[in-house]
Ligand binder design. Structure first.
Ligand code: CP
Length: 339
């Protein structure tokens, strides 16, 4: 695969990607990382392109990371959140998005509380759509930066033991990560109280345990997840203190862990709940590296989705043979249906 042959319009989930595409996106992240290490961290690659971050849920890392990524590539980046957009006045998601697209937007980065909202916009819009986290469904760019961080340290995925601990039921990060890790050959274990395991856990392909010591034993990577109180996780355990006692990752509980274990967390961390501060800031932790690599990862994605690609000769021939006329854009199809 090459820059010229990468042909996806949107980035909506890890589940839809082939293993070769995931590896290609990680390799592209490598190329963009160097820009972030320069004194002047800016290149003209996306000059004249417009990127809109449309966030219907709170975010620190993802939104700032997409904004920095776009600006380092010289794109014009606009941030809209639900409290400052006309969605707060009752406008539909489709209308909001189509109005943003009408301003000649090239990439729409969407975070939404509803699973499937970015995929819906991907079908409705001609511009590229990136899923920046949708409900409990997927968070593909978080998974890509997690995979990149793991590859930097472990150099391979085949046979790697990765344990994901905590609120699996509500976690889009867990769903994207398990898909990506398993496609690349890693073994994944989900660990949490049974009240925090999703009903469909058996379909996700991971080993499941309710015991933290089993998740730590033999693990090469331990990813702790935030307890998502805003999605009702608070009713899944008696108190934060009890959760921390049983599932909180502490130095003491890591005594039998592999010496080169990686500790990861997508953030934001509830310190003292999912992990103790000495683990979050300790020698095994690569949590801030995840954030650092996230910028390069998003630069690669913004670049790949916003550069115009010429149609491959085969595409045009097939279309001509099939329809006798050039393919219509989504807008042209909608207009034809409307009139
Ligand atoms: N990891 C992550 O999605 O963090 P934010 O909610 O701060 O974007």
């Amino acid at each position: 695969m090459s820059l010229e042959t990468y042909r996806r319009k949107d980035l909506l989930s890890i589940r839809e990607l082939e293993p070769g595409e995931i590896t290609f996106l990680l390799d592209q992240t490598d190329s963009f990382r160097e820009i972030n290490e320069r004194d002047i961290k800016k290149v003209p690659t996306l000059r004249g392109k417009t990127i809109v971050n449309l966030f219907f849920e709170n975010s620190t890392r993802t939104r700032a990371s997409f904004e920095i990524a776009g600006k380092r590539l010289s794109a014009d980046v606009i941030n809209l959140s639900v409290s400052t957009s006309s969605a707060a006045k009752g406008e539909t998601l489709r209308d909001t998005a189509r109005n943003i697209e009408a301003m000649a937007t090239d990439v729409l980065v969407v975070r939404h509380w509803a699973s499937g909202a970015p995929a819906y916009l991907g079908r409705e819009l001609d511009c590229a759509v990136v899923n920046a986290g949708d409900g409990c469904h997927e968070h593909p760019t978080q998974a890509l930066l997690d995979l990149y961080t793991i590859r930097e340290h472990k150099k391979k995925f085949q046979g790697l033991n990765v344990s994901i601990v905590g609120d699996i039921a509500h976690s889009r990060v867990a769903r994207s990560n398990v898909a990506g890790l398993m496609k690349l050959g890693a073994n994944v274990t989900f660990c949490g109280p049974s009240t925090m395991l999703p009903a469909e856990v058996d379909c996700l392909g991971a080993r499941v345990t309710t015991r933290l010591d089993e998740a730590i034993d033999g693990a090469d990577v331990l990813i702790a997840l935030r307890i998502q109180l805003e999605r009702g996780a608070g009713s899944a355990f008696p108190s934060a203190r009890e959760y921390a006692n049983t599932y909180g990752i502490t130095k003491k509980k890591l005594q039998g862990a592999k010496r080169d274990l990686l500790i990861m967390h997508p953030g934001p961390i509830n310190r003292g709940v999912e992990m103790s501060p000495d683990v979050a800031d300790g020698p095994f932790s690569v949590i801030l590296e995840q954030v650092e690599y996230g910028v390069a990862c998003r630069m690669a994605i913004l670049y790949l989705l916003s550069v115009k690609k010429e149609e491959e000769p085969g595409d045009a021939e097939t279309e001509e043979a099939d329809a006798g006329e050039p393919r219509k854009s989504r807008k042209e199809v909608r207009d034809a249906v409307a009139h």
